[in-house]
Write a protein that binds this ligand. Sequence first.
Ligand code: NAD
Ligand code: IPM
Ligand code: MN
Length: 368
Amino acid sequence: MTNPSLLILAGDGIGPEVMAEVRKIIDWYGTKRGVAFDVSEDLVGGCAYDKHGTPLHDDTMAKAQEVDAVLLGAVGGPKYDNLDFSIKPERGLLRLRKEMDLYANLRPAQCFDALADFSSLKKDVVAGLDIMIVRELTSGVYFGEPRGIFKEGNERVGINTQRYTESEIERVARSAFELARKRSNKLCSMEKANVMESGVLWREVVQRIGDTEYPDVELSHMYADAGAMQLTRWPKQFDVIVTDNLFGDLLSDLAAMLTGSLGMLPSASLGAPMANGRPKALYEPVHGSAPDIAGQGKANPIACILSFAMALRYSFDMGAEADRVEAAVAKVLADGLRTADLMGPEGGSPITTGQMGDAIVAALDASL
Ligand code: NAD
Ligand code: IPM
Ligand code: MN
């Protein structure tokens, strides 16, 4: 048996800071659980641009296609904001998603008991919350053609195109229905079928897949704007939500605040199964490179650590170990440990990124 392989692309800003804490967990698995991962590291985003003049070198792309799973930190930063669009750090991430064909982006939003008081919403609205947003990740307005900034008469026009084929909708719908079956058998699909043809097709196709393949799953549809409102009004009405690329981007940041902080939200981007039966996969926190706090030891590493837990669950068939990591996170939060993003306006004494990682490792030790 060969060791499971991981490619770490820590990226920019707080990416390397939070990834250093994930390394502690990976090392813990090697020394304490006898699970050795073959870990390689490479560049993505601004740091790749600085070295190679491109946010994702072809060699890195090729490596990503070969490993069992990619772990990504975050990309981007003000230093790169004025670069040509085609070489911006974010293009490196989008290329990974597109070329690995990672069409199903799982973004769970779970409110840990210890943080129920901390959300900007009332405690009873978020306590016990555990929902899953499935965001389509390789199509829609992020990738549709035509796109660009063009000259039209005396002015310029910026164009992006929302485009979905039936098969793109079908495959992400199936991913969401499968997840719903493993959870509460409930799926809500969100689009804007009232104003967009792509939304009309989305709704039709999701309904057909439901009727023909998943009649046991309770399916509902909602306009995405109303969905945003319902997510803040009473999020516990939802279990699995399936939506397109752009709406999923927005709704998952919104969902982050139900859990307390963007620093808490992990994600898994999954594609079709590889020859070994594992899905093509990339795991990354939902947050970005957080330039405002980069280099200060303030970043919350939990989103990235929980992304590694998702890798254990979805790429390595180690669901019980994923539960162990999640329980370790719950334990340190219950013990009152907080990074700065989890402090209320009244303040307190936050711990550093490194201290949070160490505390989670100690909780893992205690779990043995
Ligand atoms: P951001 O997620 O980086 O930051 C938003 C706010 O949340 C900031 O105040 C930040 O300090 C805070 N925050 C985020 N993660 C945190 C963490 N782990 N711990 C504590 N606080 C945290 O979003 P932004 O400021 O809109 O974008 C900054 C850059 O990151 C941009 O270049 C953007 O394109 C990029 N970005 C990258 C990704 C990614 O790599 N997946 C995702 C989103 C944004
Ligand atoms: C995310 C980010 C990305 C997106 C950017 C950085 C390309 O916001 O992963 O949520 O828009 O998908
Ligand atoms: Mn986003």
